[in-house]
Design a protein around this ligand. Structure first.
Ligand SMILES: Cc1cc2nc3c(=O)[nH]c(=O)nc-3n(C[C@H](O)[C@H](O)[C@H](O)COP(=O)(O)OP(=O)(O)OC[C@H]3O[C@@H](n4cnc5c(N)ncnc54)[C@H](O)[C@@H]3O)c2cc1C
Length: 186
C-alpha cells in the first residue's frame, strides 16, 4: 500500500494491504510520486508492514517468478525486512519504452504489409494486454494481407544474400567474444 510519511494511505483504494486487491493507486495516478514531492506532502512510501508474514513470503517468491530477482537480492543484502520497514518509493519514466512503430487499427504500420504488436509500438500502450490483443489482430490481418499479394521469389535477392553472408560470418566465427560478454555490457 502506498502511504505518506505517517503511514496514511495516499490513494482511495485500500486502507490496509491486501494480497487480493493490491493498491492500484500508482496505476491510476501515475504522477503520484512527483506531484506529492512538488506539493510538499511527499515522499510516498511503499508500506508492506501490515502484510502477514505468509503474504510477504508469497510476494518475495512472486518477485522471483516475475524476474525481479534484483529486488529480492537488494532487500536481503541490506537486511531490509518489508514486514518491519516501509520504504521510499517512486517510478522511472514509464514511457521510456513506449516509443516505436505506429499502427492503424488493423495493426498495419506505415509500411504496407508490415504488421506489428506489443512493446515495439509507439502509439499503443498496455503491456501484456496490448501485446496479446494486437498480437491477435495484427496476425489475423497480416495473414489476410498475404492472400492479396502475389508470391514473389526472394530466395536469391541480393539484399537477403548480403545479410545472410554477414550473419553467417558472425555465427561461423570460431574465435571472438562470447555472447555473454555482449549481454553483460548491455
Ligand atoms: C519484470 C517485468 C514485469 C512485468 N510485469 C507486467 C505485468 O504485471 N503486467 C503486464 O501487463 N505487463 C508486465 N510487463 C510487461 C510485459 O511483459 C510486456 O509488455 C510484454 O511481454 C511485451 O510482449 P511483446 O510480445 O511485445 O514482447 P516480448 O515478450 O519482449 O517478446 C519479444 C520476443 O522477441 C524476441 N526477439 C528479440 N529480438 C529478436 C530477433 N532479432 N530475432 C528473433 N526474436 C527476437 C525476444 O527474445 C522475445 O522473446 C512486465 C515486464 C517485465 C520485464
Amino acid at each position: 500500500m502506498l502511504v505518506d510519511y505517517y503511514g496514511r494511505p495516499v490513494g482511495p483504494f485500500v486502507n490496509k494491504p491486501t494480497k487480493e486487491l493490491g493498491d492500484a493507486t500508482s496505476d491510476i495516478w501515475q504522477g503520484v510520486f512527483q506531484e506529492k514531492m512538488e506539493n510538499g506532502s511527499g515522499p510516498v512510501f511503499m508500506n508492506c508492514a501490515e502484510n502477514t508474514p505468509e503474504d510477504t513470503e508469497f510476494m518475495m517468491k512472486s518477485f522471483y517468478s516475475e524476474g525481479d530477482t534484483s529486488i529480492v537480492d537488494y532487500l536481503q543484502q541490506y537486511h531490509i525486512d518489508l514486514n518491519q520497514s516501509m520504504i521510499e518509493f517512486g517510478t522511472y519514466d514509464y514511457a521510456l519504452c513506449g516509443r516505436g512503430l505506429d499502427i492503424q487499427l488493423s495493426g498495419q504500420t506505415s509500411l504496407e504489409g508490415l504488421y506489428a504488436a506489443g512493446d515495439v509500438l509507439g502509439n499503443v500502450r498496455g503491456d501484456i494486454t496490448s501485446a496479446a490483443v494486437f498480437g491477435m489482430i495484427s496476425a489475423e490481418n497480416a495473414a489476410a494481407y498475404t492472400k492479396t499479394v502475389d508470391f514473389e521469389e526472394v530466395e536469391n535477392h541480393p539484399l537477403i544474400q548480403e545479410s545472410m553472408d554477414l550473419y553467417n560470418s558472425l555465427l561461423d566465427r570460431k574465435v571472438g567474444a562470447h555472447w555473454k560478454e555482449a549481454n553483460s555490457m548491455l
